[in-house]
Design a protein around this ligand. Structure first.
Ligand code: WT7
Length: 656
C-alpha cells in the first residue's frame, strides 16, 4: 500500500507472535467442526444450498446460482417470506414464549418481548400498513431509535413485501431527503424522539425539516411515541403508531416472495457525495446471515443470550440484531442508548443483568472502555460471557488483548469479523471451535467464501504480503446492486479487477493464510465504525455561504479510528475564525448528522492543487497526520504547503 501508516502497520502486525488455539471445551460443543472449511471449498454451491434449505420456504428452491457477472441470482425459483422465517417458524415449533428481545431503554425502562408477542405486533402493524395502502414492491423509510418498534416495522414491511430502507437515527434532515427521494419511499416510520445521553433526539422534527426540502413520494408518516415530546402531526399525512394498529387483527397473511425479491435497501457512503442504496434480496441474504450467525457465534438458541451493540440503522444491526438472530430463534438484548449513560459501566450492568453469553461490539467502543479503565467492568459479574465479537474497523492488538483479558477474563475467544454493508453477512472471521486466534487478525475466510489479495496489476500477492482484498466468487448475501444505478455497481466493485469484487480495503495475508486488515484504500472514512465519505462532508461544507472550497481527509484517531479533518478556504470577505470553525462544525452536524462534524477545521487561503487543478489529498492526509512532506513540486503554489502545515499543527496542539 502506498500510505506510509499502512506500511508501518503491516510490519507491526506481522511481528505479532501471540497465538490462542481453540480451547478443547469450546471445540467439543461447537456448531462448526474441523473440516467444514475444506468441505465448503470442495463444493461451495452445495454448502450454501444446504443452509438455504434450512430456511422455511413456501416453495423450496431447486436452482442454486445464476451468475451473470456481476449480477447474481440465488435460489431464484424459491419462494419464502423473511418474517415467517424470523417469527412464525419458531412460534409454530412451540417456542412462542421464548424471549426474542430483552429491551432496555436508556432511561432504564425494560421489558421482554417473546416470539409470540413479536409475531402479534408485526402482524398488527403489517395490517396497519396495508390499510394505509402500502403494498408489495413499495419502499418504506424507517427512521426510529433503538426501540422494539424498529424490528417490528422492518418485519412488518417484509411480511407485506415492501422493502424497508432504515435511516440511522443519528442522520439529519438532508440525509433523510436524499434517501427517501432516491428510492421514492411511499411511507416513513419515525418516533416523536429517541433518548441519547439523557436528552431527547428530535426525530419527528428532523422529518418535518426534511419535508420542507421536498419528499414528494411520501404519502404517509407513522409516529411511534417514545419520549412524549410534543410533535406536529399534519392531518391526512401523519398519524400515531397506536392509531395505526388499534383495530388491526393479530393475524396477517404473509406475501409469498420470490427469493430474489428486494428485502431492503441500506444506504452507505461511497467515494462520492451521493450515498449508494445497497440492495439485498430475500433468500440469499437470509441464508448468509443465518449460517454466519450460527457458526461464527456458535449460537445455541436455547442457551445463549446474544448482544450485538450496533445500531440497527447500520448493516451490523440488520444482520446480527434482526435477521440472523431471529431466524436462528435466538434471544437478544436490544439496548437503546449510549455506553456512558448514566455511568461508564452501563454495558457491564446490562451483561450482568441479562446474563449475556455472546457480546458483539466495535473496536472504537473497546478502546473507549480501555480509556475509562478496568474498574468499570470489574464492578460486575461477567462470568456469563463465552464469546466476544468485534466488527467495524481493524482492531489493534492492544485492544484485542484488553477485550480478551479484562472483559473475557482470558476465557472467551475473541472473534474479529470482517464484512461490509455490501457483503450482507460476515466474510472473514474465526470459527470458535476451529480457528487459532491471533490478536489483530480476522483470520480465515468463512466457509464457501473466495478471497484473494492482489497488487495494482491484479496479480495475487504471495503470502506474506499486502494489497487489495478482493472476493473471487459470488456468495448468497452479496448485494444485488445499487438501487437505480446498475452502472455504478459494475464500476465501483467489478471494474478495477475483472471477475473480482473490490471491497475497498487494504489487507495483508501471512504464511498461515490469516488476514490482517489495514483500513480503507479510498476516500471513505470510518468514524467510530460509521462509514462516511470525505465527499459527503465536503459537499455539506461548501453549502455554507462562507465557504469557497473544502477538502476533507480522515485523520487517524486513537479512539474513533478516524477523525474528520477539514481544510477550508473562505469566500470573499469572510474570515476564518474560531467562531466560523465552530459554526461549520455545527453546520455539518445539522446537515449530515453529529458524528460527521469535523473535529479539526483548518482555514487556508487556497487548497493545495496539482497543475491540472486536482486537490492533493495525499498531501492533506500527510499534513493531518503531522508528517514531513516529500516532493511538492507539483504544487501550484508551494507557499500553501508551509501555511497549511503550520495551521494544521496549531489546530492539533489546541486539541491536546
Ligand atoms: C467497512 C465496511 C460490516 C459491519 C460494519 C461496517 C471496515 C468492518 C472490519 C474488521 C477491519 C473492518 C472495512 C469495511 N471494517 N469490519 N473486522 N476489520 N475493517 O459496515 O459501514 O459497510 O463498512 O468497515 O473498512 O470495508 P460498513
Amino acid at each position: 500500500m502506498s500510505n506510509p501508516t499502512q506500511v508501518h502497520a503491516i510490519e507491526a502486525l506481522l511481528s505479532e507472535e501471540r497465538r490462542f488455539p481453540p480451547p478443547p471445551e469450546v471445540t467439543a460443543q461447537a456448531n462448526a467442526q474441523p473440516g467444514i472449511h475444506a468441505r465448503a471449498e470442495a463444493d461451495p454451491l452445495a454448502f450454501w444450498q444446504s443452509w438455504a434449505l434450512q430456511l422455511e420456504w413456501f416453495k423450496p428452491p431447486e436452482q442454486i446460482l445464476e451468475w451473470n457477472e456481476p449480477f447474481a441470482r440465488w435460489f431464484a425459483d424459491g419462494e419464502l417470506n423473511a418474517s415467517v422465517n424470523a417469527l412464525d417458524r419458531h412460534v409454530q415449533a412451540g417456542r412462542a414464549a421464548t424471549v426474542a428481545f430483552y429491551f432496555e431503554g436508556e432511561p432504564g425502562d425494560r421489558w421482554t418481548v417473546t416470539y409470540g408477542q413479536l409475531l402479534d405486533d408485526v402482524c398488527r402493524f403489517a395490517n396497519g400498513l396495508r390499510a394505509l395502502g402500502v403494498k408489495k414492491g413499495d419502499r418504506v423509510a424507517i427512521y426510529l431509535p433503538m426501540i422494539v418498534e424498529l424490528p417490528i416495522a422492518m418485519l412488518a414491511c417484509a411480511r407485506i413485501g415492501a422493502a424497508h430502507s432504515v435511516i440511522f437515527g443519528g442522520f439529519s434532515a438532508d440525509s433523510i431527503v436524499d434517501r427517501v427521494n432516491d428510492s421514492q419511499c411511499v411511507a416513513l416510520i419515525t418516533a416523536d424522539a429517541g433518548w441519547r445521553r439523557g436528552k431527547p433526539v428530535p426525530l419527528k422534527a428532523n422529518v418535518d425539516e426534511a419535508f420542507t426540502k421536498g419528499m414528494p413520494s411520501l404519502q404517509t408518516v407513522i409516529v411511534a411515541r417514545r419520549v412524549g415530546t410534543p410533535v406536529d402531526l399534519v392531518a391526512g399525512r401523519d398519524r400515531w403508531w397506536d392509531d395505526v394498529v388499534r383495530d388491526q387483527p393479530s393475524i396477517c397473511e404473509p406475501e409469498r416472495m420470490n427469493a430474489e425479491d428486494l428485502l431492503f435497501l441500506l444506504y452507505t457512503s461511497g467515494t462520492t457525495a451521493k450515498p449508494k442504496g445497497i440492495m439485498h434480496t430475500t433468500g440469499g441474504y437470509l441464508t448468509g446471515v443465518t449460517a454466519t450467525h450460527k457458526l461464527v457465534f456458535d449460537l445455541k438458541a436455547t442457551a445463549d443470550v446474544f448482544w450485538c451493540t450496533a445500531d440497527i440503522g447500520w448493516v451490523t444491526g440488520h444482520s446480527y440484531i434482526v435477521y440472523g438472530p431471529l431466524c436462528n430463534g435466538a434471544t437478544s438484548v436490544l439496548y437503546e442508548g449510549s455506553p456512558d449513560y448514566p455511568a461508564f459501566d452501563r454495558f457491564w450492568e446490562i451483561v450482568e443483568r441479562y446474563r449475556v453469553t455472546i457480546l458483539y461490539t466495535a473496536p472504537t467502543a473497546i478502546r473507549t472502555f480501555m480509556k475509562w479503565g478496568a474498574e468499570w467492568p470489574n464492578k460486575h459479574d461477567l462470568s456469563s460471557l463465552r464469546l466476544l465479537g468485534s466488527v467495524g474497523e481493524p482492531i489493534n492488538p492492544e485492544a484485542w488483548m484488553w477485550y480478551r483479558d479484562v472483559i473475557g477474563k482470558g476465557r472467551c475467544p475473541v472473534l474479529d469479523t470482517w464484512w461490509q454493508t455490501e457483503t450482507g453477512s460476515i466474510m472473514i472471521a474465526p470459527l470458535p471451535g476451529i480457528t487459532t486466534l491471533k490478536p489483530g487478525s480476522a483470520t480465515q475466510p468463512f466457509p464457501g467464501i473466495g478471497v484473494d489479495i492482489v497488487n495494482e496489476a491484479g496479480a495475487t500477492v504471495a503470502p506474506p504480503g499486502g494489497g487489495y482484498i478482493v472476493l473471487t466468487r459470488p456468495w448468497p448475501a452479496m448485494l444485488r446492486g445499487i438501487y437505480g444505478d446498475p452502472e455504478r455497481y459494475e464500476q465501483t466493485y467489478w471494474s478495477r479487477f475483472p471477475h473480482r469484487y473490490l471491497a475497498g480495503d487494504g489487507c495483508s495475508r501471512d504464511t498461515d493464510g490469516d488476514y490482517w486488515f489495514l483500513g480503507r484504500i479510498d476516500d471513505v472514512m470510518n468514524i467510530s465504525g460509521h462509514r462516511i465519505s470525505t465527499a459527503e462532508v465536503e459537499s455539506a461544507l461548501v453549502a455554507h455561504p462562507a465557504v469557497a472550497e473544502a477538502a476533507v481527509v480522515g485523520k487517524i484517531d486513537d479512539v474513533t479510528g478516524h477523525a474528520v479533518c477539514a481544510f477550508v478556504s473562505v469566500r470573499g470577505d469572510a474570515v476564518g475564525s474560531p467562531e466560523l470553525g465552530k459554526e461549520l462544525r455545527e453546520h455539518v452536524g445539522r446537515r449530515l448528522g453529529k458524528f460527521t462534524a469535523p473535529k479539526y477545521v483548518t482555514f487556508t487561503q487556497e487548497l493545495p492543487k496539482t497543475r491540472s487543478g486536482k486537490i492533493m489529498r495525499r498531501l492533506l492526509r500527510d499534513i493531518a497526520e503531522g508528517r514531513m512532506l516529500g516532493d511538492t513540486t507539483t504544487l501550484a503554489d508551494s507557499g500553501v504547503v508551509a501555511e497549511l502545515q503550520a495551521r494544521a499543527k496549531a489546530e492539533a496542539a489546541k486539541e491536546e
